[in-house]
Design a protein around this ligand. Sequence first.
Ligand code: SRM
Ligand code: SF4
Length: 649
Amino acid sequence: MVKSAPPPLTSRKPSKVEGIKENSNFLREPVATQILEDTTHFSEDAIQILKFHGSYQQDNRDNRVKGQEKDYQFMLRTKNPGGLVPPQLYLALDKLADEYGNHTLRATTRQGFQLHGILKKNLKAAIATIIKNLGSTLGACGDINRNVMAPPAPFKNQPEYQYAWEYAQNIADLLSPQTGAYYEIWLDGEKAISAEESPEVKAARVRNGNGTIIHDTEEPIYGTYYMPRKFKVSVTVTGDNSIDLYSQDLTLVVITDSQGDLQGFNIFAGGGLGRTHNKEETFARIADPIGYVNKADVYDAVKAIVATQRDYGDRTDRRHARLKYLINDWGVDKFRAKVEEYFGKPLAPFQELPEFKYHDFLGWHEQGDGNLFLGISIDNGRVKDEGSFKLKTALREIVEQFNLPIRLTANQNLIFYEIAPENKAAIQAILDRCGVVSDPNTIDPLVRYAMACPALPTCGLAITESERAIPGILERIRAVLDKVGLQNEHFVVRMTGCPNGCARPYMAELGFVGSAPESYQVWLGGSPNQTRLAQPYVEKLHHNDIESFLEPIFVYFKQSRTSQESFGDFCDRVGFDAIREFASQYEPEAAVTVEPEAPKATSKSRKARYRVSLHDDLYTKLKTTATSQGRSMTDLVKEALEAYFQTLP
Ligand code: SRM
Ligand code: SF4
């Protein structure tokens, strides 16, 4: 097998993964050998290559027992350009979740599905089933182009949305790995039936740019070493930020003329969110505008950007390997100049764009051709049946009965489309019977716009809880908002169990990023439409302290916001010094505080106060009693506690 030349890099040693890729024979080994072995798990090297096939080796962290083998299991991730899940694939995934998985499906933040809990012995059957049902997991993970995102809305009368779908699919095809490894391993060499690639894409893949192609290898675009790190692309339309465009390595924005005909694309590059706590050299970064390209040249421009990162991205340090670091280190001008070398001509200037808005497309809508679409909220992306809430059953029945395609959203929700109006009532009846809400206005907007990553127990990198913790935390945030008189307020809350940022918390108005067990770094100041990066406000907030932490900030927001100002915009405008100053002076109105008798607080030192949380009903009783007796709540609590302690031995 011909190998491409090693990446032209510095004198520093390439990272270990580069060697694993080199020795893998284009993603074959050691997976091909080890999948045949009767073992529960793969070797370290195989785990790295397995990622390119769309699977992660994990273990159920709830079941870890010292001295015993881990409870090994596998996560499978599908790649669905533009979030498209054909009905046949959905039904196959639903069945796989029950047959081999943990009986749930998880819609991801990049418009894919994940299955969790698959045993090694079932991995091959699971992947083969996905491929045979028009799906793929190839390149869903690994150092390669990941799922290409696009706004999920099926507006048939807005051609720009159709272009976004078309180009998301075509760029996914252009950058899909060409190795035969995937079908050899999972289908014993059988070729999968898949949709025909556009002839333009086929031609573009092998067209020699100025060094964009690596000759005589199985992978003309990637070569032996693939990318230095994951690479993430989205295609959107002007004004639509439903895919978090600033967080991507590369975003194309469809530009049409007044007739709705496609002209070209604005290019953004260099976004990325993953970071590591206490390592300043790692950071979240939003993408920069780079230029504009005519539609005829778009594939060459994409290849030029990919080649720039392929050849100059840092292969020695995986923490510094994403495109965002290359652009940050070089600056946009040097980056653009290098891309233009590969492209063979200058990029045109970036075209002015209207403001981007965030849309979640939930509820029933006209899709512009007489048919309807329906956006369904999935709490943190987890499709499951639980008690009388039967989301998994409802989705399966709808697909079975009406054969509807699905578009997954970037907010872990999904859209059914191509719905004939006469089927609306029957679909609504299934949802009602299964306890699934279809009117988004009945969902608390704090919940509606929130996201959390899976974290524990499946994610090996989780420092603390996320998906399992966020429902309770949102309820508590709602209670604090109610308490300070902000009953109808809402903003974007996102949470992750570690700083990798899978639920994009750094773009939220209030972001929680796991920083220690049960503790979070808190980020404030993102915008409601995710066009501005938030900033870290505190490093470690124990979740027990969420109320006392948020209350002063919310009170300040209530007192000093300008009309209609969102929480994120407010935090960004007033700045963290002002928020800290306000919080340090803040005396909670109705909180129960117990003051120590000594030492006496002086005017200079802040009084030491210890906060105790009470449930609503107890708090109301306490307040009523204190008012009726004309005493302070603090005194009553002190008295009650002293009496209680006297009863102890
Ligand atoms: Fe992610 C690693 C889950 C979107 C940044 N991500 C992981 C792994 C595979 C953990 C691991 O490496 O062992 C997580 C599996 C957890 C589990 O148990 O399922 C995981 N990431 C997810 C998903 C499922 C989160 C979700 O709530 O939906 C998302 C799958 C998307 C998909 O369908 O492809 C997911 N991950 C993201 C995003 C958001 C995005 O892509 O829009 C980011 C931030 C954007 C970015 O890439 O900069 C993201 N994930 C990471 C990183 C940090 C990358 C970096 O540059 O530092 C890691 C760790 C790594 O790569 O080393 C990671
Ligand atoms: Fe795991 Fe961290 Fe990603 Fe959450 S953010 S899924 S904890 S890697």
